[in-house]
Write a protein that binds this ligand. Structure first.
Ligand code: AMP
Length: 404
């Protein structure tokens, strides 16, 4: 679906064009019409699905259509400074040819940045993107006027709850008018999120990237990447999503060890498990993982069958599993019992054909996420194209006769 089919303002379309988006992602196709219709929305979506544009574009479009004034019209609340900056940058790109203004409010240690944020709130930026704690600091001073707010957006709401922001969110919401449109996005939908949604949303429509086999509750997403993009993307995912219990599967012992080593350097609580460890050590590692002393476990397929660790939030297939059976077993570690889960698979060029065969077994395509632009472009998904492996050069094979 092309962006001009949504009925967007032409200045907004110019911005989308300038950024280089050609067609809407599935979450955008589903979400944008709902938001433009005025409904509340609860969306489950990961980074890479295009969820930021899914909520920013209809909001910007709505603001362009309303008479200009100096009131804050949309409030986006996010868990981290990094996400606030990232959303504000996208906002600037989309609104470049429009009169819509925005400000990111996420703190910093110097008084100058607080003063700048304060001034933008007093001036009434159209869209305010904030972290909860910093917004409370401004609200306590009494100059932020949300009386004309139309949109409240909670992004990565599951992570905000994880970080203990529930009370802050409720405090901020007390300052908002009762009549407003609410949008809530989360990567996973645990019970707490549903409870939060009940408090905030009014008759919301629910959107999630369609997932069927093997378990309906698993949100599956795959990224086509170059090998060098895997670690940065893993760190980004681990830092930007809920992080209580993550399993990363690698196909070999050596990559298990390497990934574990690299992730440890980022300060995450990481351990590895593979057949080089003796039974006693393996049991201890699993116990630490079950008790949440370790948050990220990097494993070979040793773990993909049979071992029951409850409430795994995320499974990452760092390499494409050998076959469909392994894929189903690996991702089946998440979304057990009551909880929803997410499974991410990295596919490098060499593994595309193998992944296509897994999709054939699943009977459907797994949604391909877009690698966030700061990590560079990934390869396109073209599994039928033969990957040229220089190690298997043609020179030592019998030459084929050309057909004329
Ligand atoms: P998000 O899921 O919002 O974090 O977006 C992930 C990446 O996808 C970002 O780099 C976006 O700029 C990019 N993106 C979002 N929507 C589209 C689209 N329709 N076409 C191309 N890239 C997109």
């Amino acid at each position: 679906m092309k962006f001009d089919e949504f009925g967007f303002n032409t200045q907004l379309l110019e911005g989308i064009n300038a950024i280089g988006y050609e067609s809407a992602t599935p979450i955008q196709q589903q979400t944008i019409p709902i938001i433009m219709n005025g409904s509340d929305l609860m969306g489950s979506a990961q980074t890479g699905t295009g969820k930021t544009a899914a909520f920013l574009l209809p909001v910007i479009n709505n603001i362009i259509a309303s008479p200009p004034d100096n009131f804050i019209k949309a409030l986006v609340i996010v868990p981290t400074r990094e996400l606030a900056v990232q959303i504000d940058q996208q906002m600037e790109g989309f609104s470049y040819f429009t009169p819509v203004s925005s400000v990111a409010i996420y703190g910093g240690t110097d008084g100058a940045s607080f003063e700048r944020e304060k001034q933008s709130l007093i001036d009434g930026a159209d869209v305010v993107i904030c972290t909860p704690g910093r917004m409370i600091a401004h609200l306590n001073q009494g100059y932020a006027d949300f009386s004309h707010l139309k949109f409240l957006i909670l992004d990565e709401a599951d992570r905000m709850l994880d970080m203990g922001f529930f009370d802050d969110l409720m405090k901020i919401i007390q300052h908002l008018p009762a009549k407003r449109q609410n949008l809530l996005f989360a990567a996973t939908m645990p019970r707490e999120i549903k409870q939060l949604a009940q408090k905030i949303l009014v008759n919301p429509l629910e959107i999630s990237l369609s997932v069927s086999k093997p378990a309906e509750k698993i949100l599956q997403i795959a990224y086509c990447v170059h090998d060098a993009q895997k670690i940065p993307l893993t760190v980004h995912t681990l830092k930007s999503d809920k992080l209580r219990c993550v399993l990363i599967f690698c196909s070999t012992k050596s990559s298990t060890k390497q990934v574990s080593r690299e992730l440890k350097q980022t300060g995450l609580k990481v351990a590895e498990i593979h057949s080089d460890l003796d039974q006693k050590t393996r049991e201890q590692v699993l116990l630490d993982f079950r008790n949440r002393n370790i948050h990220v476990l990097v494993a070979t397929d040793i773990l993909s069958r049979g071992i029951d660790v409850e409430d795994i939030d995320l499974v990452i297939n760092y390499d494409v599993p050998h076959d469909g059976e392994d894929y189903i077993h690996r991702i089946g570690r998440t979304a057990r019992a009551e909880s929803d889960g997410v499974a991410i698979t990295f596919i490098n060029q060499k593994e595309q054909q193998k992944f296509a065969e897994i999709e054939k077994l699943l009977g459907e395509e797994v949604y391909k996420g877009i690698v966030p632009s700061q990590f560079g472009q990934g390869p396109e998904y073209a599994p039928t194209k033969k990957y040229h492996n220089p190690a298997r050069s043609h020179s030592n094979r019998p030459k084929q006769k050309r057909k004329y």
